[in-house]
Structures are given as structure tokens and as C-alpha cells.
Design a protein around this ligand. Structure first.
Ligand code: TRP
Length: 443
């Protein structure tokens, strides 16, 4: 069944898609991945991944959606006339579910830290070991992460159940400009702090010796995760697109997403260095090192609120897109109302998210292959599922459908004829072969 749903405006579509792309991956994860994996050298590899793989993969995913105009489970079958390709959509559903499960947990943490900013008067007088303790007690042995993730899931489901135009588009149109304003204010503020230079140097320190195959794989995985590629989130938004140039929009998404990620590093590292705090890796960077900064910084309360609001807003527009993938499929496949479909997704999300959160608790038994469910889901999705999903979509458009049909559709979506052959080389060879090579080297 073709869906009739569409975004109202081009700007709304862009805001929703950039909203999906910009999230915890940019603000929470990207800075520490760069900082610990070779700085500037990693950044160059990352940008290459975005340009060579991410950008054409965005065009691919948006185009499949826009050609199919239906849910992701049926999209590839509708476009090619061969149902066997529908496995791509099904695979994406699994990835969306796994990502959602750990993503809500980290998203919830941002709400705790908004609360803590008030409760502790922006971490006043709490030193780094105590901040570590605060984080550990909160995340691993209290009931509060569950409270916050519940609130986050509920907010996301309310917006999704309000529909594409009235819920998703409206929310994104308000939240995305806010997000850009906040990060710009923070980056400018931090640029004026004394002794911040070491931070810029640490962030962008060019260390080629750190670039190994696993690091390239993590750049690839990070770029797919950050651009929301490989599971159908961008495809769904493509199916709601009624106008606009697919190539142009893909470029804007790639550019803005990368800009926010790089800017997040320009906020975090100079701030941490200005106050002589060791930049920790992983969650500790945003949730331990930064609060230590906020406790000493002039105007720390406001900066802290702005920073954690930034995290929460970024995360919310991303959870919306993850939930929309699942909701729209159930809604269209089973002819359920959007609200009922969303209720089912919300229930499932609650169960899996709570399990993920519990897997990190002290003494939890939910450990698989030596990892908590939380890290397992994070790892397998960004390192395998998303790149494989993106590769399958490229192979599908490159080899699975009639070339002339593809040429006509892409021309209709705004691709200049001279670029078509180049694009074809990318989807047929460059994307599949690069992803495959990186994966084989990974073992
Ligand atoms: N891109 C988001 C981030 O960087 C996460 C995300 C939202 C996502 N929707 C997605 C990742 C779909 C992969 C696929 O935080």
C-alpha cells in the first residue's frame, strides 16, 4: 500500500532528517572517538568516509524511500518488483530496535544531568572522583535511569503518535534551530576561556600512527551511525518527501551533521583543558569531565543547562526517527492506527530498554559474550548492521533495479545527468567493495 503521508515543507523535511542524524552520536560519542583515535588524522578519515560512502549512501536511501513511497519493509520490493529484496527492510527493523534499546538509556542520562545541575547548583564543590561516584551510583545502582528513560520514551512516543506533519515535522522545526543556536553559543563562549588552546591541540592532534584498520572501521561505523544510515530511518523520511532535490538535501544532511559533530569537540575539549581536567573516554567525558568544568566555570549553571539540553534535544529528534521506522511499518503493514502501532512500539521499547539499562547494573547477569547488552547492541549495530545495511541498499540500487528506471527517477529527484554514471560507479563498486574490505580486515 502506498502511503499518502508527506512533509509539508522542504525545510520541515530537512529539519527532520538533520534531526535524525544529529544526536548522541555527534555530541556524546564523536568527540571522544576523535580525541582517542588519532585526532586530526581520524577526522580526515571520518570526513572521507562521509564524502565517499555516507553522501552517496544518503542519496541511495532517500531515493529508495522516495521511489517506493511506502514502509521500509515493502520499499525494496515495490521499487524492484521483486519481493526477495525486502530482506533489507527487515534487517533494518532489527537494527532500529537494537539501537533504540541502548540509545534511550543514554538519552535519559541527559535528563538526570539537567536535574543534577539544579540539585547541586551546577556541581558546586564536587571534585572529579566524587563526580565519578555520582555517575556510577546513578547509572549502575539506582532506579533513576529507569525513570528518565521512561520519560524520554514517553515524550518520543507522544510526538510520533501525533503524526508526520503535526508531530515529527513541527517538533523538528522548533528543536533543530534551537540546537544549532545552543551549540554556536557554547562554542563561542568556550573560545574565550583562558588556557583553552591545549584542548584544540589535543582534539586535533595529528597522529597517523593511530590509524589502523579497526580505527578505520570505527570511522566507517561512526559515519553511518551519525548519518542515521543503513536501517531505513532516512528511507522513511525519503518516502515522506514530496519536493526538493535529493542530491542537495543529502549534501546538506551530511554537511550539517558533520559540522555539529566537529563543533561538539570544539566545545568539549577546550573547556576541559581550560580547567585542567583529564578528558576521560566514553561516557565519562560528557558526564564526568564536563560537570567538573561546569562547577568551576563562570556562568556554569547556564552553560551546564545549555549543554545537557543540547544533548537531550539532539537525542530526542533521533529517537523520534528510530521510533518512526518501527511505528510506520506496523501502521502500514497491519493497517493499525498510528496511535495503536505506536503503543505497541512503545511497549516493546520499554521492555528492551529496561533490559539494556539493567545489563549495566552492578551484579547484573545480562552479560553476553563478555559484554553487557548495552555495549553489545552498540557495537554490533554500528560496526556490522549499519554498514551491511548501507551496503545492501547500494547493491540493491546499483544492481537490483533497471538502470534506465534508476536514471529516470534520479533525474526526476534532481540529479544532473552527468553525475549519474559517477553515482552508479559508487553504488555498484565503491560502496560495496570498501565496506567489504574494511569488514574483512576487521577479524
Ligand atoms: N544519527 C543518530 C546519532 O548520531 C542516531 C540515529 C538516529 C540513528 N536514527 C538512526 C542511527 C538511524 C542509525 C540509524 O545520534
Amino acid at each position: 500500500m502506498k502511503n499518502q503521508t508527506e512533509f509539508k515543507s522542504k525545510f520541515g523535511m530537512l529539519a527532520a532528517a538533520v534531526g535524525s542524524a544529529v544526536g548522541l552520536g555527534n555530541i556524546w560519542k564523536f568527540p571522544y572517538v576523535v580525541g582517542t583515535n588519532g585526532g586530526g588524522a581520524f577526522l580526515i578519515i571520518y570526513i572521507l568516509c562521509v564524502l565517499i560512502l555516507g553522501f552517496p549512501a544518503l542519496i541511495t536511501e532517500l531515493s529508495i524511500g522516495r521511489m517506493a513511497k511506502t514502509n521500509t519493509l515493502d520499499a525494496c520490493g515495490v521499487v524492484s518488483g521483486k519481493k526477495c529484496w525486502n530482506f533489507i527492510g527487515a534487517f533494518g527493523i532489527i537494527s532500529a530496535f537494537l539501537i533504540m534499546s541502548f540509545y534511550f538509556v543514554v538519552a535519559g542520562w541527559s535528563l538526570e544531568y539537567i536535574y543534577q545541575t539544579f540539585a547541586t547548583n551546577s556541581f558546586d564543590g564536587i571534585d572529579t572522583p566524587a563526580l565519578q561516584e555520582l555517575f556510577n551510583t546513578f547509572a549502575y545502582s539506582s532506579y533513576r535511569p529507569y525513570l528518565w528513560l521512561f520519560i524520554f520514551i514517553l515524550t518520543t512516543s507522544i510526538i510520533v503518535s501525533m503524526g508526520v506533519q503535526k508531530g515529527i515535522e513541527k517538533a523538528s522545526k522548533v528543536m533543530m534551530p534551537m540546537l544549532f543556536a545552543i551549540i554556536a553559543i557554547l562554542a563561542i563562549y568556550v573560545a574565550f576561556l583562558p588556557r583553552n588552546v591545549g584542548g584544540y591541540r589535543f582534539y586535533l592532534d595529528f597522529d597517523l600512527s593511530k590509524i589502523t584498520f579497526p580505527v578505520i572501521l570505527s570511522a566507517l561505523g561512526q559515519s553511518f551511525f551519525s548519518l542515521s544510515l543503513g536501517l531505513g530511518a532516512i528511507m522513511v523520511y525519503g518516502s515522506y518527501m514530496k519536493e526538493g532535490n535529493v542530491v542537495g538535501i543529502s549534501f546538506q544532511i551530511a554537511l550539517l551533521d558533520t559540522l555539529i559533530a566537529v563543533l561538539a569537540g570544539f566545545v568539549i575539549f577546550p573547556a576541559v583543558f581550560a580547567y585542567g581536567i583529564a578528558p576521560g573516554e566514553g561516557p565519562s567525558l560528557a558526564y564526568i569531565a564536563l560537570p567538573a568544568v561546569f562547577s568551576q566555570m563562570p556562568g556554569g549553571l547556564i552553560v551546564s543547562l545549555l549543554f545537557f539540553a543540547l544533548l537531550a534535544i539532539g537525542a530526542l529528534t533521533s529517537t523520534i526517527s528510530l521510533m518512526e521506522v518501527l511505528t510506520s511499518n506496523i501502521c502500514e503493514k497491519w493497517h493499525f492506527s498510528r496511535q495503536l502501532a505506536n503503543l505497541i512500539v512503545t511497549m516493546l521499547a520499554l521492555i528492551s530498554t529496561v533490559l539494556c539499562c539493567y545489563s549495566m547494573a552492578d551484579g547484573s547477569k545480562l552479560i553476553i559474550f563478555g559484554r553487557t547488552l548495552f555495549t553489545l547492541f552498540d557495537d554490533i549495530t554500528s560496526k556490522f548492521f549499519l554498514p551491511l545495511g548501507g551496503m545492501a541498499m547500494a547493491i540493491f540500487l546499483g544492481w537490483g533495479i533497471n538502470k534506465d528506471k534508476l536514471r529516470t527517477s534520479l533525474a526526476e529527484f534532481g540529479m544532473k545527468p552527468i553525475f549519474f554514471n559517477i553515482y552508479l560507479i559508487f553504488v555498484r563498486f565503491v560502496i560495496p567493495i570498501t565496506i567489504l574490505m574494511v569488514m574483512i580486515q576487521q577479524k
